[in-house]
Every structure is written in structure tokens, then in C-alpha cells.
Design a protein around this ligand. Structure first.
Ligand code: DC
Length: 228
């Protein structure tokens, strides 16, 4: 059967990665979480001190971006985890602080250029499900299946809040909602590759869908795209 590229874009905390992961598993495709790549770059910059709450040393980031080596490895439990310069940083990149920093670092042209280049290399063999913000518009404008996933901000903030508190982070719902809205705003309005729905993307709003219902919708879209 022919192998295709599946591009899944959408707002933060929509459940893109859960959806993309299960499709990849069912189809025997490679799954790439591009948000994890931006998060790992942000973590690297935070550790180097190139990024603070109020400032980014753009010159330093641009100068050293090629020193950041990212890869994905499967853990012994079968989880897809990101490695930064030989270190597993999967859990460290999932905090609220890194989420916010990733959103800011992803506005830099040099960062986007480098990560898009790496993502395009990953898709050369097709048979890939990639999720992010610009996959159907910039990384793979020729993708055979493009999905734009969305849900109401309150629904997304609630999911994110539940995830963070389950991990033991002390957060207030209103802060998570504010951070969700801020990230939406930045993702949609940055100059470089803003979050846009590709003209040929198919929309799934999962505010009122169960994970199973959502997966069934996606399964049908995939089956159709493979046959086309
Ligand atoms: O999907 P996520 O929340 O893990 O992404 C983290 C940040 O990275 C998010 O604020 C937007 C940014 N991002 C991006 O700009 N482009 C992508 N392809 C993926 C993520």
C-alpha cells in the first residue's frame, strides 16, 4: 500500500499528539512531535541563560542553533521520547515554564528554519505522521492528508490543567487558561510561519468528541487519503 505523509496542525492542548500517535501506531508509521523539538530548543536556551522571562539573546541563539542535536528514541515502555545532545529531556520539556518559553523561542526565524529543515529530512521516506503548527502549510505543503484539530480554549485549558496537576505541578486554572490564550495569540500572530489552517486541511473540532469518536473520524480520513 502506498505510504503517505499525514500533517496534523492545530492549537495547543488539543490532543494532537495523542491522536497522531495512535494513528501512527495503527498505520505502522513514524510519529514526530515537532512541539517537543521547539520545547527542547527552549530548554537548551534557558539552560544556557540566553533566554529569561523578559528577554531572548537572539544573536547567541542564532550563532549556536546548529550545536543543538535532537533525536527521538523509543523508551522501554514504547514511549517516543526526545533527546537533546545525548540527554533524555522528555519530562523536563513538559513543564508550564518550558511551554511558555517554547512558544517564545518558536517566533525566531533561525530556530524555525533549522527545525523545519530537520523535519523535512525526517519525511523523505514518507510513512510519517507529524504534528505541530505549520506542518501542512510550511513543512509538508504537499502532504496527502492534512488535518486541522481544534477545540474551545476552556476545554483545552481544562485538559492541560488536569495533565499538570496529575504530574504534581501546583497550578491555578485561570493561569492555565490565560497561558493557553496567550499561546494561541502568539502562535497565530507571529511573523514566521504563523498557525494557519491549510486551505486543503480537513477540520476536526474535538470539544464534544470522545477520543474514540475522534480516532474513528481520523481513521476514515486516512483510509480515503491512502486510496487517492
Ligand atoms: O505542541 P506543543 O505545545 O508541544 O508546542 C510547543 C510550542 O512550540 C508551541 O507554543 C508552539 C510551538 N510550535 C511551533 O511553533 N511549530 C510547531 N510545528 C510545533 C510547535
Amino acid at each position: 500500500m502506498k505510504k503517505i505523509i499525514v500533517a496534523i496542525d492545530g492549537f495547543s492542548s488539543c490532543g494532537k499528539s495523542t491522536m497522531a500517535k495512535s494513528l501512527a501506531r495503527e498505520a505502522g508509521y513514524v510519529y514526530v512531535d515537532t512541539g517537543a523539538m521547539y520545547r527542547a530548543v527552549a530548554l537548551f536556551c534557558l539552560r544556557k541563560g540566553w533566554m529569561t522571562e523578559s528577554n531572548i539573546d537572539v544573536e547567541a541563539v542564532e550563532k549556536h542553533i546548529s550545536e543543538i542535536s535532537l533525536s527521538f528514541k523509543t523508551s522501554s515502555e514504547g514511549k517516543n521520547e526526545i533527546w537533546l545532545n545525548g540527554e533524555n529531556v522528555e519530562s523536563e520539556i513538559r513543564t508550564l515554564a518550558v511551554s511558555e518559553s517554547a512558544s517564545r523561542i518558536s517566533t525566531l526565524q533561525a530556530v524555525r528554519r533549522e527545525l523545519v529543515r530537520q523535519q523535512q529530512l525526517m519525511g523523505l521516506q514518507k510513512g510519517i505522521v507529524m504534528d505541530g503548527r505549520d506542518i501542512g502549510t510550511v513543512v509538508f505543503p504537499e502532504a496527502e492528508l492534512k488535518v486541522f484539530l481544534t477545540a474551545r480554549p476552556e476545554v483545552r485549558a481544562r485538559r492541560r490543567f488536569d495533565e499538570l496537576t496529575a504530574k504534581g505541578e501546583q497550578v491555578v486554572f485561570e493561569d492555565v487558561l490565560r497561558s493557553t490564550l496567550e499561546r494561541d495569540e502568539r502562535d497565530q500572530n507571529r511573523e514566521e510561519s504563523p498557525l494557519r489552517q491549510a486551505a486543503d486541511a480537513q477540520v476536526i473540532d474535538n470539544s464534544e468528541l470522545t477520543p474514540e469518536e475522534q480516532q474513528e473520524v481520523l481513521r476514515q480520513m486516512f483510509a480515503k487519503a491512502v486510496l487517492n
